[in-house]
Design a protein around this ligand. Structure first.
Ligand code: GLU
Length: 500
């Protein structure tokens, strides 16, 4: 690679960052780090009508939570700043003018009413109106009148746009790192608007000018931008600039069907599609953070949406991803979003946390539930975490450590026979006599007592578990007994005898 690697994530702040946008940011981040390059963020807010004020902060907060913050952006190493297009507004006009002067662009004065009329006319003839080489010579453009007239109309404050003059009858042979060779017929393209008389460039012009000025080496972005690639390459050519390399990432598809995963799917299908929660007048959509996902798990499942390292490996740390990432291993086909698999990733990352970390997180949960306890939370967590996907599930898996069962599982209660109360009384007495009240010791002594008195294991163990837990679930019974202690064990046995 000759040029230093400089890649960018260039979101438009029109709402919360969708998980697909996060994946684009991640792949840019991984590529930059892999090649010792720079990952920067540029805010593309030229379309002021779609601008949402909170969206910009949201983008930075989300990437920070995920641990993939940019090396350069607004307020950080502003080597090529400003990094917000609205703050670069004054820069673009000269480039639009340059294209006019070199004949690569022209002024168009057509009113929106006129264009609507042409669209409707085409529609009634079963056609689609395209503003291109077939009409540009006949419409109200600078291609048909003298320079003086154009200048005086502009001086008079007439509204205009500047359009790209797409070449006719040319096949563009382009290359995409993921898709390979892609060809485009220029005659089929429309003459896109590059600049408007309100002084604002459109996405296309601003994007190309900035990618050039900010020395972008690779453009890694979603597949929905592939149709813009020919225009972008032609713009580089028109300016006489070297184009960056392109890589268009596959779409992220809905869990069922073949549609593209949309911002609304999360609320509709009941899983997050945003990294962080997002609130509007209509309500709040939960993010992965609020749903209890570890950022590392989110990074991991996003990395596998369209990429793999060629092996069966599924769990990758961020550092490992950086080491193994390769744009050539990204596939073209859409990647199905699987919310169940995402939970599995979180499960794996939960198991990786130390008990101390999980205990801290669980304590915060207990606090919100108003539970105060003298139990060793780290121990509780170590006993039940194996079955948890989320920290929020730890309570349901361990509530019996903190509280005596309020009810007993009906099916399990069928094991409570006529002789059970008497047996349980005896068990309670045996336990009462145990000095060293530790799991292993309790187990040895209770089992010794059962053997000596020829009492079957099942007769004791199941009713005992039912008394302590309220159901036939949970970890090793003697670990539970040690945890809750002698007095609590006895009191729960007594309660069960009374209730069952
Ligand atoms: N502003 C565009 C977006 O919202 C950026 C597309 C590109 O990366 O060129 O996705």
């Amino acid at each position: 690679m000759s040029k230093p690697v400089r890649v960018r994530f260039a979101p438009s702040p029109t709402g919360p960052l969708h998980i697909g946008g996060v994946r684009t940011a991640l792949f840019n981040y991984l590529f930059a780090k892999k090649h010792g390059g720079t990952f920067y963020i540029r805010i593309e807010d030229t379309d002021q009508t779609r601008f949402v004020a909170e969206a910009e902060d949201y983008i930075f907060e989300a990437l920070e939570w995920l641990g993939i913050s940019p090396d350069e952006t607004i307020g950080k190493n502003e080597k090529f700043g400003p990094y917000r297009q609205s703050d670069r507004k004054a820069m673009y006009k000269q480039y639009a003018d340059e294209l006019i002067n070199s004949g690569w662009a022209y002024y168009a004065f057509d009113s929106s009413e006129k264009l609507d009329e042409l669209r409707k006319q085409a529609e009634t003839n079963g056609k689609t109106f395209i503003y291109n080489h077939t009409v540009r010579e006949t419409l109200d453009t600078s291609l048909n009148v003298s320079r003086e007239i154009v200048e005086s109309r502009i001086a008079n404050g007439e509204h205009y746009v500047i359009r790209f003059k797409t070449p006719v009858n040319e096949t563009l042979h382009l290359h995409d790192i993921i898709r390979g060779d892609v060809n485009f017929e220029t005659s089929l393209l429309d003459d896109k608007v590059l600049f408007k008389s309100d002084g604002m460039p459109t996405y296309h012009l601003a994007n190309i000018v900035d990618d050039h000025l900010m020395e972008t080496s690779h453009v890694i972005r979603g597949e929905e931008w592939l149709p813009s690639m020919p225009l972008h390459v032609m713009l580089y050519r028109a300016f006489g600039w070297e184009a960056p390399e392109f890589a268009h990432l596959p779409l992220i598809l809905k869990p069922v069907g073949n549609g593209k995963l949309s911002k609304r799917d999360g609320d509709k299908l009941g899983f997050p599609v945003f990294p962080l929660q997002w609130t509007t007048a209509e309500g709040t959509s939960k993010g992965y953070k609020e749903a209890g996902f570890f950022p590392e798990a989110v990074i991991n499942f996003l990395a596998l949406l369209g990429w793999n390292d060629g092996t069966e490996q599924e769990i990758f740390s961020l550092a490992e991803l950086v080491e193994k990432f390769d744009l050539k291993r990204i596939h073209k086909a859409g990647a199905k979003f699987d919310p169940e698999k995402n939970k599995w990733f979180n499960h794996k990352y939960l198991q990786k946390q130390t008990d101390a970390t999980l205990a801290e997180l669980f304590k915060a949960e207990l606090n919100t539930k108003g539970i105060s306890t003298s139990l060793d939370i780290e121990k509780v967590v170590s006993l039940v975490k194996e079955r948890a996907n989320f920290v929020t599930e730890l309570w349901d898996l361990s509530d019996y450590f903190f509280e005596a069962p309020a009810s007993y599982d009906e099916k399990a209660a069928k094991n409570w026979k006529d002789e059970t109360p008497e047996l349980m009384k005896q068990v309670s007495e045996v336990l009462n006599g145990i000095e060293d009240f530790t799991s292993a010791n309790i187990e040895t002594l209770l089992k010794e007592w059962m053997t000596t008195n020829e009492i079957g294991m099942g007769k004791v163990m199941q009713p005992l578990r039912l008394s302590l837990v309220g159901a036939l679930k949970g970890p090793h019974l003697f670990d539970i007994i040690e945890m809750i202690g002698k007095a609590e064990t006895k009191s729960r046995i007594e309660k069960a005898i009374h209730t069952l």
